[in-house]
Design a protein around this ligand. Structure first.
Ligand code: FES
Length: 260
């Protein structure tokens, strides 16, 4: 379904870690949003025509609010402009976009909810909504700036990896699984491509059903730039080639459906 642009209102904004910001927005998108979906946010100055896709970290339907946690990608970028917004400011957004995680499939299963880097935030709403037999949240950070940690602790068993070893397991999320001897029947993951590649290989070798969100590879989020195309096993029924647009067909895919 094509969605319309609307003016969302900034409710609050704070910095959680170096370059990582959290913003609550009042938006109609909150009514229909689900875990693993995203919104595309536009800058107000008109100089950057394409929006930025930002994943949804929390959904508060009752109050019509969404929380986004995002990384500022550099000076003079759209994300830097977002980080300067204050309560009461407005920002044009489109959403919710994307398919989201099929979290209903987790009922009765032992699950890994895995996030790395700026792929960590969408795991929070997923953890809040998921109903399963064993909820093991495995998240990876660079260093001791483990943003959202307290919120994860309230929503499952939490395991942390850090690249510098300052908190939890030294290494990545796969190292945390091995070090803690964890097991699962199903995996949901979001993060940088090398991390997802390792998780996909692990899941396929062990025969575990695994859903990965490729959202970090998106650029505009609205199907306009084609920067997000990835190879798929099945032919696309429009173009008849083995391609998928991550922003339109995903960002969440069954790991065996895509090549990364
Ligand atoms: Fe631009 Fe998908 S991110 S077309």
């Amino acid at each position: 379904m094509d969605r319309k642009k609307e003016q969302a209102v900034v409710v609050s904004q704070e910095m959680l870690a170096d370059g990582i910001f959290s913003m609550w927005l009042r938006t109609e998108a909150a009514q229909t949003a689900g875990p693993g979906q995203f919104i595309s946010m536009y800058t107000n100055d008109g100089s950057k025509l394409l929006p930025r896709p930002i994943s949804i970290c929390e959904i508060d339907k009752e109050n019509g609010r969404l929380r986004v946690v995002y990384r500022v990608t550099g000076e003079h970028t759209g994300t830097e402009q977002f980080s300067k917004l204050k309560a009461g400011d407005t920002i044009p957004v489109i959403g919710p976009l994307g398919n989201g995680f099929p979290y209903e499939k987790a009922e009765g299963k032992r699950v890994f909810l895995m996030g790395g880097g700026i792929g960590v935030p969408p795991i929070l709403e997923l953890a809040k909504q998921m109903y399963c037999a064993k909820k093991q949240i495995v998240v990876g950070y660079r260093d001791a700036q483990t943003f959202l940690k307290e919120e994860f602790e309230k929503n499952g068993e939490l395991y942390i990896s850090t690249e510098d070893g300052s908190v939890g397991t030294k290494g990545n999320v796969m190292d945390a699984i091995r070090e803690n001897g964890l097991e699962a029947d199903m995996i949901f993951a979001c993060g940088p491509t090398p991390m997802l590649r390792a998780i996909k290989a692990y899941a396929e070798e062990a025969g575990i059903e695994c859903y990965i969100s490729l959202e970090e590879r998106m650029a505009c989020g609205i199907g306009a730039c084609l920067a997000c195309v990835c190879k798929s096993r099945e032919k696309d029924h429009h173009s008849n080639v083995n391609n998928k647009r991550i922003c339109k067909d995903g960002p969440v895919f069954l790991s065996t459906e895509v090549e990364i």
